[in-house]
Design a protein around this ligand. Structure first.
Ligand SMILES: [Zn+2]
Length: 86
């Protein structure tokens, strides 16, 4: 019984906490801070999800030197102005 409760609490706070930390890392934000915010308030996971990074995050997001827009790292061309990266 106690173990099940522990498991429930871990999943209840752990999943949004981990999701928040991972999303924060991808957006170049502090994963510890956002993880701690997301654990009791899963609302912050949605805030992060819909928030685009403003600066380049190597491996995750690229900043277009032409128009300054930020787009996913794996995308070959800027999805806003069409400028190819590299
Ligand atoms: Zn561009």
């Amino acid at each position: 019984m106690l173990f099940k409760e522990y498991l429930f609490i871990t999943a209840f706070f752990g999943i949004p906490g981990i999701a928040g930390a991972l999303l924060a890392r991808r957006r170049g934000k502090n994963p510890v801070l956002w993880g701690l915010l997301s654990a009791p308030f899963p609302f912050f996971v949605f805030v992060l999800w819909f928030q685009k990074p403003t600066e380049e995050v190597p491996g995750y997001f690229r900043k277009c030197p032409e128009c300054g827009c930020v787009y996913p790292w794996k995308t070959k061309v800027c999805k806003y102005c069409g400028r190819p990266n590299e």
